[in-house]
Design a protein around this ligand. Structure first.
Ligand code: BGC
Length: 717
């Protein structure tokens, strides 16, 4: 990385400071916005000179556009240092895959990795160098609109996905493989734990829980070589994450040895003022740089203040240099000094984007991400049946999810289009029934008319994509009232009803699951959504997804998650008065972590352990026979959980430690064998030491976190 050092030595302090600034494309002359700095942009105090020296761009995509920006920029940049192009490529670029929470339900690391690889290929040929993904925030509160960006509530599974996504985005050789992009894990840290499920809200938790549950997935991404980290908007231990020295210098840099680039989230440095721990932009800049943030996204605290802070001796120039060097080194690693356009390629864009192969993977992953939640003799549908397809998602391209800015709702395969691939359109009766949140008398009448002509009714319901995502929190997590009314209305006909749900969060499914015969959770399934759903509904594919976030019985339970503590007064049977319970609802969620049905059934045999004693140097093999007892082939996700019965600190009732996705033909049995080692039993003690304790453990294996078989073993020290 000598080139980066040489450049650093030639840079003026103004150039160094500007290198730390990230601006949106519209500031740049080569962009389609022409870079005319007016209005709010001018109010930011950003002038042309600053733009000409800025280090990176937010949201640049499209080979021609990005090449234009880069070319014009480099002509005006004294040292010819290229820009880094960063963008949010979250679950696909133009070929949109299911939202991450849906991908979570697939428990399929290979496909998850493949989806990130395809996203990287499409983004890279469109000129993107860095993606702001994976988002690996652990989530327990479905009110939070961003749960759909996460893979769920489990630290172990989230870590596996974090690694898979990083591998997919980055590949093994970012310098030479210009078809990959650098990854940026976010939002550091614990953004998913916002109080009351309200975005940007306070996060407060013990350091042990932070380390035990929330940090592992970020660490996993970094262990896999993730190049960048993005800070979170929230506070952690009463200090904004974007000015939090303990999080960044002490933990990320010192303890974990991370030497890549840290970027603030959008405006998060300036927000340190609103949080109330900086008086002005100067103090916010000082705090953020000292805490370790290298790039400031979209606010000018650094660019207006760092020069003065260095010149008056408040911060040392070496601190500034460190950040500049890290950014230059990332540019060097990405090969930008040799080829500033990197993968951007107009012809390849044409050829690769939305290719048949990419769409095929999207279809497969969408099918594996859907979760069958109930099925009482309705599904699969018969291709000869007369079917009514009713609901606001019957013919609707809004199935890509909120993080799909390059995706096209036009070309997304809509549910009715999927149906028409499978059946005679003459037997299909489509009606909208209602809008997402409103209904007219005429819509209802049309729905009833369509339903009357059919033998079976499929209701395509859900939240529009603007009800999920950043700043899109909901306190009432039921389906909008009009859709519940539609169910009630259609139910009066007494015909079998299957519901397909499109949403970005666990919903309170009362009024849906209890009122209908089948429910398929499709989340936001992406570009191939309608095709994948039709594959499942008509039995050409068999549902296999299992939820990785609990579906609450009611919002009043939230947060409710499977790996909780027992309490001193657990609600055992028979229930007594002074125990941990609600008067009006159960303690358990409506649907537990790991739950999902299939068109076939699986029987679990006896659990056998190769030994009931484990030492630091031995392992135990845990085996179970799983048999497909139904009529069709299917995939089962076999899950292994462990409970540490007596810890030094309280341990969760169950913790996922392993899982395997198996395929079984009708009548076929497979023996699934897991290995337990001492390493898997370690946790953070009172003094935060990560170690295991001798004593009794319970191992559980089953199809979800509740219906498990169990055996005990002892760890001997
Ligand atoms: C979001 C980030 C995103 C960034 C850039 C922010 O508002 O919180 O997740 O990467 O914008 O678009």
């Amino acid at each position: 990385m000598t080139r980066s050092r040489e450049l650093l030595n030639q840079m003026t302090i103004d150039e160094k400071v500007a290198q730390l600034l990230q601006l949106a494309t519209l500031f740049y002359k080569g962009s389609s916005h022409k870079g005319q700095i007016t209005g709010p942009m001018a109010d930011m105090g950003i002038n042309e000179e600053i733009v000409n020296n800025s280090g990176s761009v937010l949201g640049g995509a499209g080979a021609q556009e990005v090449m234009n920006i880069q070319k014009t920029y480099m002509e005006n940049n004294r040292l010819g240092i290229p820009l880094l192009m960063m963008a949010d490529i979250i679950h696909g670029f133009k070929t949109i895959f299911p939202v991450p929470l849906a991908i979570g339900s697939s428990w399929d690391m290979e496909l998850a990795e493949k989806s990130a690889e395809i996203a990287a290929i499409e983004a890279a040929v469109s000129g993107v160098h860095v993606t702001f993904a994976p988002m690996v925030d652990l989530v327990r509160d479905p009110r939070w609109g961003r749960v759909m960006e996460s893979t769920g509530e489990d630290p172990f599974l989230n870590s596996d996905f974090a690694r898979a996504f990083v591998r997919g985005f980055q590949g093994n050789d970012l310098t030479n493989d210009t078809n990959r992009v650098a990854a940026c894990v976010k939002h550091f840290a614990a953004y998913g734990a916002a109080e009351a499920g309200r975005d940007y809200n306070t996060v407060d938790m013990s350091e042990r829980i932070l380390r035990e549950s929330y940090l592992p997935a970020y660490k996993a991404a970094l262990d896999e070589g993730c190049e960048m980290v993005m800070t979170a908007f929230n506070t952690v231990d009463s200090i904004p994450a974007s000015g939090n020295k303990k999080l960044m210098r002490d933990l990320l840099r010192e303890e974990w040895g991370f030497d890549g680039v840290i970027i603030s989230d959008w405006g998060a440095i300036k927000e340190i003022i609103a949080h109330g721990v900086a008086e002005d932009e100067r103090e916010a800049a000082k705090k953020a740089l000292e805490a370790g943030v290298d790039i400031e996204m979209m606010t000018p605290c650094y660019v207006h203040n760092l020069k003065e802070l260095v010149e008056d001796g408040t911060i040392s120039e070496s601190l500034l240099d460190e950040s500049v060097l890290r950014i230059l080194q990332l540019k060097e690693k990405l090969g930008l000094f040799e080829n500033p356009y990197r993968g951007a390629n107009v012809e390849l864009e044409e050829k690769l984007i939305l290719s048949k192969e990419h769409r095929q993977v999207a279809r497969e992953l969408a099918a594996k991400s859907c979760v069958l939640m109930k099925n009482e003799n309705v599904l699969p549908l018969q291709k000869e049946q007369k079917i009514a397809l009713i609901g606001p998602f019957a013919h609707n391209g809004d199935i890509l999810g909120p993080w799909s800015w390059q995706g096209s709702t036009e070309i997304a395969v809509k549910v009715d289009e999927g149906f028409k691939m499978k059946m005679d359109p003459a037997n299909l009766f489509v009606a909208q029934g209602c809008d997402i949140e409103t209904v007219t008398e005429q819509q209802l009448q049309e729905a009833v008319k369509a339903a009357e002509q059919a033998e079976v009714i499929v209701l395509a319901l859900g939240e529009h994509s603007r009800m999920s995502g950043e700043a899109k929190c909901r306190a009432d997590i039921r389906l909008p009232e009009v859709q519940l009314q539609l169910i009630a209305e259609i139910k009066k006909l007494g015909k079998p009803i299957a519901v397909v749900l499109f949403n970005g969060r666990p919903l309170d499914l009362h009024g849906v699951i209890d009122e209908t015969d089948a429910v398929l959770e499709a989340w936001y399934p992406g570009t191939e959504g309608g095709a994948a759903i039709a594959d499942l509904l008509f039995g050409d594919a068999n549902p296999s997804g299992k939820i990785t976030i609990s579906f609450p019985y009611s919002v009043g339970q939230v947060p409710v998650y499977y790996n909780a503590f027992n309490t001193g007064r657990p609600k055992d049977e028979p229930v007594t008065e002074y125990v941990s319970k609600y008067l009006d609802i159960p303690n358990s969620p409506l649907l537990p972590f790991g739950f999902g049905l299939s068109y076939t059934s699986f029987a679990y045999g006896e659990l056998t352990l190769s030994d009931d004693k484990l030492t630091d140097d031995t392992s135990i093999s845990v085996s179970i026979d799983v048999t497909n007892t139904g009529d069709v082939a299917g995939d089962e996700i076999v899950q292994l959980y462990v409970r540490d019965v007596v810890g030094e600190v309280v341990r969760p009732l169950k913790e996922l430690k392993s899982y395997e996705r198996i395929t079984l033909n009708p009548g076929e049995t497979k023996t699934v064998t897991f290995t337990i080692t001492e390493e898997m039993l370690r946790y953070h003690h009172a003094d935060l030491q990560f170690a295991s304790d001798a004593g009794k453990f319970i191992v559980f294996v089953g199809p979800n976190s509740v219906e498990t078989k169990e055996k005990e073993f002892v760890l001997v020290k």
